[in-house]
Design a protein around this ligand. Structure first.
Ligand code: NOJ
Length: 948
């Protein structure tokens, strides 16, 4: 071969490879929708339906059976849905009928407009015949016990029961329901219209407007459980029998894609997937269903080059930001925002789920495909996204108030090597006057990744390390505990002996290769017993610390998707069994949550319940917010990843999981100083602020940056200091979120739902934190940026110098203003008519600042007013705010140059706190701010203070 050509060829190949590598090549181990039998079948069904303009009688028809309906329990309508379909059998066309029990639950707990629609399956006993006893053939329908804060949420309050007479039937004839209109007595704004002809359609009305329709596109396709014998007979003409009884389970076991297509069945589980279309009416913007990179507003995937959004927790190795690939966590909650209402949908199903999105003029159409489980669809309809989040988290829970110190700065890397290493870094923080609250130990503190052990040489006296950190401003340590447990040591032995390990399909302990060789996994889904064992591990691990009265070691659960090496998709084969007999495929997305919940409870018990535990989990599901914080996983030290962290954190917040962050300044790679600075400046406003880096990345602790380049290093220091100045302001945002479920970092539309500028719904490089609006710098060497100043306000004060103002009429259409950028700050503005409060004294940690007084920034609106604003305060550490109402809520307002302080609730006898300084901003065009010092305005007493 011509050498020259050969060389060219290589260059060409390399270039192609590089191109590919920079997009999604890293994830080519991921199954795409069409590669999965269940998804393929549902898509095939969709393709066949798309040929019809109207409902065709040969399609699958669903209808409610009138005689089966009953309205017996509180707010509950139950009955049977008949699934009927045409089948060609021995040259004859016959109709098959399968009945599916369903329930509608109307929330009867409170005023939230929450309606649950459940379809179950009643062919289980028939299916059981040929199966080993330990296997559950039934569809997994217990997701709600994990997702709901109170599993009995829909079962309560018999006295608000809906009466039969309040449900209006409109029969066309007595056999067939044409339409059934349901009004719930306690939810006057909600109406449901169920139509049977030509097939089942469910329409949700809010204040007499139709807002959501299920099965408008006839994509409801509830694959009924079948025995092997009747596999073909029970298929409609339009269902693909591709893979129907090729084992879906085995399919997932295989290592390569080509092998997958030739696997044959061992089991008789058969297809159990569910397809469903949901149309959001007059809603042009959809959000949520994290965790995916790429975009705040969900991208259009239906008939585009993008794959459907996949909800499947996965150890996404080196993920890109250019697409919507699945990542470590999944929350099947979608939010649609219209001008005067907002709709949330929780598809409460933890199996592999794909969601296609299509925007049609003003409506949004979605197609959901779940591999297995039951349909458990909960719809929340309210006036605003805030009210939807409130009702969604009334069901799934809000965050609990975190330890105040967790809102401080976290210093991590993979891995600090020893106690001395940590203490030494801590000294540098002090020397440089940089506050810090948490140090993190990644995997290498363990003896050969045997969790709950230490490398003795490097950590000879852990209690002493904890003691020293505790003495130094109550600082904390976190250790990483992954779920894979290497064989043959005291932890894995006990997991094996207890019978609580995940099992393979023959009920032997499932053993597979993980990071450290052959391992077993505890089945956290057997919650009680597994949790007890897990707790014992923690109790023993922390014993000497607790004996010494220390409780400053916290937990990091990583690799809990779960991540497993040498398996296709790097996770459990989906036919491994949980101890309640369910295949893993039914519960996959719940594993990480089950683990972090067990950890949370273990810490709570180990520390005697008076300290709020802190758990960081990489994997999560709906409801995870109750017990864990999370982060966006293994990002890169690039501008793209800095930028991508914003929509990811925003979407987490819109799905009820607000306490998240991203590795600062990127996990893989070595960022240059400019990128480091810009990332720290952004992270000041992340709910969770942690620096973390890969094993091979160079060290970049703040003091090292100062040493290397004081100009940049000092800006990193400034950022951390700013975070601490704002820490109580941020804590207040957490407190609000703990009551209302609202995000902590909020997108622009949050306050501008009725904007007619579509940019408000798509901007993903700006956000709110409280009444601050932030525009992080996401590109190198920015000199100025175009910032959007939303229409809910007409005056914005520059937070970085207090005097520059943006004055912009609310009615003005063009709201972009070019703002200058310097290296030492990112554009941040205070909304006119609000307060921001700071604790300005720089100390070593958040606890050391506890009794410091406040600086109050008063930013009046054009009329000189500031709206009522809350300062929440408690001990930041214990549960006394709950158990003995020990907290203070102070409401401040400002008018006619007078600051009013009104204490709403106060049960604390703690050292009183004061406002010691006021920075009064001036709303007039040329006006300057005024600083008033040496004040002593009590914050915990009703006061009125006139500013001269
Ligand atoms: C993967 C995690 O995402 C990362 O944060 C951690 O440093 C490594 N595992 C090592 O534990």
């Amino acid at each position: 071969m011509n050498e020259f050509l050969g060389l060219k060829g290589i260059v060409f190949v390399v270039t192609l490879f590089q191109l590919f590598a920079s997009s999604s090549a890293h994830l080519n181990y991921l199954r795409k929708c069409e590669d999965k039998p269940h998804c393929h079948r549902q898509m095939h069904y969709r393709a066949s339906i798309e040929n019809f303009t109207e409902f065709d009688s040969s399609l699958i028809k669903y209808s409610m059976i009138p005689s089966s309906l009953s309205f017996s329990e509180a707010g509950k309508l139950s009955g049977l849905i008949a699934k009927s379909f045409k089948v060609e059998k021995e040259n004859e066309t016959i109709y098959q009928n399968i009945s599916l029990p369903f329930e509608f639950h109307f929330n009867s707990n409170n005023d939230f407009n929450t309606v649950r629609f459940l379809i179950k399956e009643d062919r289980e006993s028939e299916m059981k015949k040929n199966l080993p006893e330990y296997v559950q053939i039934s569809r997994y329908n217990e997701t709600y016990t994990h997702t709901f804060k109170n599993p009995l949420y829909f079962e309560k309050n018999e006295d608000t029961m809906i009466l039969d007479s309040e449900i209006d039937f409109e029969y066309e004839d007595s056999e067939e329901i044409k339409t059934l209109v349901i009004n719930a007595r306690n939810l006057p704004n909600i109406k449901l219209k169920i139509t049977n002809l030509p097939t089942l359609k469910i329409e949700y009305f809010y204040k007499e407007k139709s807002v959501l329709v299920i099965n408008e596109e006839n994509l409801l396709n509830y694959e009924h459980l079948r025995s092997q014998k009747d596999k073909k007979d029970n298929l409609s003409q339009h269902e693909s029998f591709f893979g129907a009884f090729r084992s879906d389970s085995d399919f997932y076991n295989s290592y390569t894609q080509s092998e997958m297509f030739f696997q044959r069945e061992n089991y008789i589980f058969g297809p159990q997937s569910i397809g469903l279309d949901i149309k959001f009416l007059n809603i042009a913007n959809l959000y949520g269903i994290p965790e995916h990179p790429g975009s705040l507003r969900l991208l259009e995937t239906w008939d585009t080059e993008l794959q459907p959004y996949r909800l499947f927790n996965i150890d996404a190795f080196e993920h890109s930001v250019l697409n919507n690939d699945p990542l470590y966590g999944s929350i099947p909650f979608m939010l649609g925002v219209a001008e005067d209402y907002s709709v949330g949908v929780l598809n409460n199903n933890p199996s592999d789920t794909d969601v296609d999105v299509k925007y049609n003029k003003n409506d949004s159409l979605t197609h959901w495909i779940m591999e297995t489980g039951v349909l458990d669809l909960i719809v929340f309809i309210e006036d605003s996204p805030a009210s939807v989040l409130k009702s969604y988290t009334d069901l799934t829970g809000t965050i609990e108030l975190p330890l105040l110190s967790t809102l401080g700065y976290h210093q991590s890397r993979w891995s600090y090597e020893s106690s001395l290493d940590i203490l030494n870094i801590n000294e540098h923080f002090k020397k440089n006057e940089i506050p810090v609250d948490f140090f993190w130990l990644d995997v290498d503190y363990t003896d050969d990744r045997k969790y709950f052990t230490w490398v003795e040489k490097a950590f000879p006296n852990v209690t002493d390390l904890l003691f020293k950190l505790d003495q130094d401003g109550k600082k904390n340590l976190v250790t990483n505990i992954d779920p894979y447990m290497k064989l043959h040591y005291f932890i894995s032995d006990r997991i094996e002996d207890s019978g609580l390990a995940i099992k393979d399909h023959k009920m032997n302990n499932f053993v597979a290769d993980s990071w450290t060789g052959e391992s077993v996994w505890l089945d956290f889904l057997m919650t009680e017993e597994s949790q007890k064992l897990w707790q014992q591990f923690y109790e023993e691990f922390l014993e000497s610390a607790t004996v010494a009265g220390l409780n400053n070691l916290h937990a990091w659960n990583n690799m809990n998707e779960p991540s497993l090496f040498k398996k296709f998709e790097r996770t459990f084969p989906l036919n491994v069994l949980h101890n309640n007999g369910f295949e893993h495929r039914s519960v996959h997305n719940l594993y990480g949550k089950a683990m972090h919940e067990a950890t949370h409870k273990s810490l709570m018990e180990t520390y005697g319940g008076d300290k709020r535990p802190f758990v960081l989990s990489r994997s999560f599901f709906a409801g995870s917010q109750r017990t864990a914080a999370s982060w966006t996983g293994d990002n890169f030290a690039t501008w793209d990843h800095l930028k991508n962290s914003i929509p990811m954190i925003l979407n987490n917040g819109l799905a009820g999981m607000p306490n998240t962050g991203a590795d600062v300044a990127g996990f893989y790679g070595n960022p240059n100083e400019e990128l480091i600075v810009r990332w720290y400046q952004l992270a000041v406003f992340y709910p969770f602020f942690r620096a973390h880096a890969h094993l091979e990345a160079s060290r970049r602790e703040p003091h090292l940056i100062i040493e290397k380049s004081p100009k940049y290093g000092n800006l990193v220091k400034d950022s951390i200091q700013l975070r601490y100045k704002l820490i109580n302001y941020i804590y207040n945002e957490f407190e609000k979120s703990s009551l209302t479920g609202e995000p902590i970092m909020k997108p622009l539309f949050w306050k501008n739902q009725n904007s007619n500028n579509s940019d408000v719904f798509t901007i993903q490089d700006q956000f709110y934190l409280g009444d601050l609006i932030v525009k992080p710098i996401t590109t190198s060497r920015s000199k100025n940026v175009k910032m959007y100043f939303p229409e809910n306000n007409d005056l914005y004060y520059n937070f970085n110098n207090f005097d520059d103002k943006i004055e912009i009429e609310k009615s003005l259409k063009n709201r972009y203003v070019s703002v200058e950028v310097a290296l030492d700050y990112i554009p941040t503005y205070i909304e006119g008519g609000s307060f921001v409060y700071l604790k300005e004294k720089i100390r070593r940690s958040s606890t050391a600042m506890k009794y410091d007084n406040y600086t109050l920034i008063i930013a009046p609106d054009k009329g000189g007013l500031v709206k009522e604003t809350q300062i929440y305060y408690d001990d930041g550490n214990s549960y006394e705010y709950k158990t003995s109402q020990k907290f203070v809520t102070t409401i401040m307002s400002f008018k006619k140059n007078t600051l009013e302080i009104n204490v709403k609730v106060s049960n604390m006898n703690e050292t009183p706190q004061y406002i010691e300084k006021i920075i009064l901003l001036n709303p007039s065009h040329e006006g300057h701010h005024k600083v008033i010092e040496n004040l002593e305005i009590p914050l915990f007493k009703n006061t009125s203070f006139e500013l001269l």
